[in-house]
Design a protein around this ligand. Structure first.
Ligand code: 3PG
Length: 216
């Protein structure tokens, strides 16, 4: 079985697949499959569909069923119920804006690889205590940006981050140049207006450009 599709998927595999994990907000189930195909065509297959809209779970389900080249994950996982619903819909990984032991345990119970969110040293230490060494830094720009990550590189030398929140095509390189950054997350590869217009060509182009961003 493709390890990217099995319960053995690790957070490191999620982070190291491409320089950018697109953070996706979908309001129309009919957009899910063509959008996912456009991202895959542009070279990006780890897709974070946020649980922020009533359509999100159906979108995850559609991508999981119909786009086998994609690895779909659920974002905005804030509760045990979210983790269960995401796994049931076919998500293979979960991304949360913060860290709680309950969400961590629920993801383990569901076989969902979790990328927990942190914004402080204490949160990093809590996540480390639970065995997580790959973490989302959220909201990255607002909470200190590249300078914060550089500072964390001292005490938290063994942690790899995915900064998300305020990361753009313009500033992504500043993050990707840091040795403790494995990839970045951002909504820019899937703009709301491109979705509304069904402009899959634009999404594919944005994915291709994002794919070409370089890690140091
Ligand atoms: C989010 O939670 O919305 C993500 O962090 C994406 O943020 P962005 O729109 O600033 O990329």
């Amino acid at each position: 079985m493709n390890p990217m599709k099995s319960a053995s998927l690790t957070a490191l595999q999620v982070l190291q697949d491409a320089p950018v994990i697109p953070v996706i907000v979908l309001t129309d189930v009919s957009h899910a499959v063509p959008m996912a195909r456009a991202l895959v065509a542009g070279g990006i297959r780890m897709l974070e569909v946020t649980l922020r809209t009533p359509q999100a779970l159906a979108c995850i389900e559609a991508i999981a069923k119909e786009v086998p080249e994609a690895v779909v994950g659920a974002g905005t996982v804030r509760s045990v119920a979210d983790a269960k619903a995401a796994a049931k819909a076919g998500a293979l990984f979960a991304v949360s804006p913060g860290f709680t032991p309950a969400v961590s345990q629920a993801c383990r119970d569901e076989g969902l690889c979790l990328l927990p969110g942190v914004a402080t040293g204490s949160e990093i230490m809590m996540a480390l205590e639970e065995g997580y060494t790959e973490l989302k830094f959220f909201p990255a720009m607002q909470a200190g940006g590249p300078a914060m990550l550089k500072a964390w590189g001292g005490p938290f030398f063994d942690v790899r981050f995915c900064p998300t929140g305020g990361v753009t095509a313009q500033n992504a390189a500043e993050f990707l140049n840091l040795s403790n950054v494995a990839c970045v997350g951002g909504s820019w590869p899937v703009p709301a207006d491109a979705l509304a217009q069904g402009d899959w060509t634009r999404i594919e182009k944005l994915a291709r450009e994002a794919r070409q961003l370089k890690l140091r």
